[in-house]
Design a protein around this ligand. Structure first.
Ligand SMILES: Cc1cc2nc3c(=O)[nH]c(=O)nc-3n(C[C@H](O)[C@H](O)[C@H](O)COP(=O)(O)OP(=O)(O)OC[C@H]3O[C@@H](n4cnc5c(N)ncnc54)[C@H](O)[C@@H]3O)c2cc1C
Length: 335
C-alpha cells in the first residue's frame, strides 16, 4: 500500500496553509493540494497588494506578505505542498482511510481537511467586442502587481470592493485611472468609496463598456456609454481591468457525498463534516448556528480546531489540547 499520510488538505489558500502548519505542530504529516499554480487563495489571486488590517498581531499587512509568512510557517514542518493539483475524487476505504485523487496522483490519508474556500473560481467577463481579443494583452481581471500598470492609462470596470480597490491601488502608479460603474452607487466598503471620491480617480457612474479597440497587439481606446442617455465617449487606454466579480464553484467536491448548505460544506462546532474523518474550515464551511462569516481570523481558528479534532481521529490516545507552541520553542532552544 502507498504511503498513508495523516492529513490531506484540499486547498492551499490562507486557511489551508495555516492548517498545514498546525498539522505539523500536532505531529501530523500533511499534503496540501492546490488547484492553482500559486498558493494563497483569494489573497494571491484577487488582492495581493491590498493591506489587511484585521489579522491578529499585524496592525497592517499586505495580502501577499501574509501569504509568504503563512508559507514560511507551513514549511517549518516540511509539509508537502503540491500546486496545480485540483482534488477530484474522495474514495473511502473500509479501514477508515481515504484516497484523494488529482489528475497527477493519488494520496492516501487518515483524515482530510477541506479548505477549498470559494472553490475553483473564474472571473466574470463581458461579452463585448475586443474583450476576448485583448485578454491578457491589456484586458485583465485582477491586479496582481500594480507595476504592470506603471504609467499606463487604465480603465477599471465594476462597482464592488475589487473595482474600487484596484482603482485606488493604481493611483500614483498608473498615468491615469478611470473607473466606470453601471449604477449610481458602489457596493464597496464605505471607507474605500470615501477614499475613492477624494482621490484623483476619474469616476463615471451610470457608464458601461461598449467596446475595446486596439492595434492588434494591445488596447488603444475604450468606448463607454451612459446607460441612461446612451451618450458614448471614447477614452484612450492602455489597459482595461474588468472587476466584475467571479463565479465560484465547489467543483468535484460537491459530489463527495458531504452534507451541503448551498455551496458550503456543513460542519458542526468541531469542524466535522457529515463524513467521519473529513473536516472543513474557512470560507468553504457553513457552521451550524452561525453560517459563514468569511474572515481570515475565523478561518485560521477553524483550521486549528479542525486539526486538533482530526488529531484525535487519527490517534485516539492523543489529547485535544495541543499545548503551547511557545513551550515547544523553549524546549527546542534548550536542546
Ligand atoms: C477583495 C477581498 C478583500 C478581502 N479582505 C479581507 C480582509 O481585509 N480581512 C479578512 O479577514 N478577510 C478578507 N477577505 C476574505 C478572505 O480573503 C477570505 O476569508 C479567505 O481568503 C478565506 O481563505 P480560505 O483559505 O478559506 O479560501 P480561499 O482564499 O478561497 O482559498 C481556497 C483555495 O482552495 C483552492 N481550491 C479550491 N478547490 C480546490 C480543489 N478541488 N483542489 C485543490 N484546491 C482547490 C483554490 O484554488 C484556493 O487557492 C477579503 C476577500 C476579498 C475578495
Amino acid at each position: 500500500m502507498s504511503e498513508v499520510r495523516d492529513m490531506v488538505i484540499v486547498g492551499g489558500g490562507p486557511v489551508g496553509l495555516f492548517g498545514a502548519f498546525y498539522a505539523g505542530f500536532r505531529g501530523m504529516k500533511a499534503t496540501v493540494l492546490e488547484a492553482l499554480p500559486e498558493v494563497g487563495g483569494q489573497l494571491t489571486v484577487l488582492y495581493p497588494s491590498k493591506y489587511i488590517y484585521d489579522v491578529a498581531g499585524f496592525p497592517k499587512i499586505m495580502a501577499k506578505d501574509l501569504v509568504a509568512n503563512l508559507l514560511e510557517q507551513a514549511r517549518r514542518y516540511d509539509q508537502e505542498i503540491r500546486t496545480e493539483e485540483p482534488a477530484q475524487n474522495l474514495i473511502r476505504h473500509d479501514d477508515g482511510t481515504f484516497t484523494v485523487t488529482t489528475p497527477k496522483g493519488e494520496y492516501r490519508t487518515r483524515s482530510v481537511l477541506i479548505t477549498a474556500g470559494i472553490g475553483q473560481f473564474t472571473p466574470n467577463t463581458l461579452d463585448r467586442p475586443g474583450v476576448k481579443e485583448y485578454e491578457g494583452k491589456g484586458v485583465f481581471y485582477f491586479v496582481r502587481d500594480p507595476m504592470t500598470f506603471k504609467d499606463k492609462r487604465v480603465l477599471v470596470v465594476g462597482g464592488g470592493d475589487s473595482a474600487v480597490d484596484f482603482a485606488l491601488m493604481l493611483v500614483g502608479v498608473a498615468k491615469s485611472v478611470t473607473l466606470i460603474h453601471r449604477r449610481d452607487r458602489f457596493r464597496a466598503h464605505e471607507s474605500s468609496v470615501k477614499e475613492l471620491f477624494a482621490s484623483p480617480v476619474n469616476v463615471r457612474l451610470h457608464h458601461e463598456l461598449k467596446e475595446v479597440r486596439g492595434d492588434g497587439e494591445k488596447p488603444v481606446e475604450a468606448v463607454i456609454f451612459h446607460n441612461q442617455t446612451q451618450e458614448e465617449d471614447t477614452l484612450p487606454v492602455d489597459a482595461v481591468i474588468l472587476a466584475l466579480g467571479y463565479r465560484a464553484n465547489l467543483g468535484p467536491i460537491a459530489d463527495w457525498g458531504l452534507e451541503l448548505e448551498g455551496r458550503n460544506i456543513k460542519v458542526n462546532c468541531r469542524m466535522e463534516t457529515s463524513i467521519p474523518g473529513v473536516f472543513a474550515a474557512g470560507d468553504v464551511v457553513y457552521v451550524e448556528g452561525i453560517g459563514n462569516l468569511k474572515l481570515l481570523v475565523l478561518g485560521f481558528a477553524q483550521a486549528a480546531l479542525a486539526v486538533n479534532v482530526a488529531k484525535i481521529h487519527v490517534d485516539p490516545t492523543a489529547k485535544l489540547f495541543p499545548g503551547h507552541s511557545s513551550n515547544l520553542a523553549q524546549a527546542a532552544a534548550k536542546s
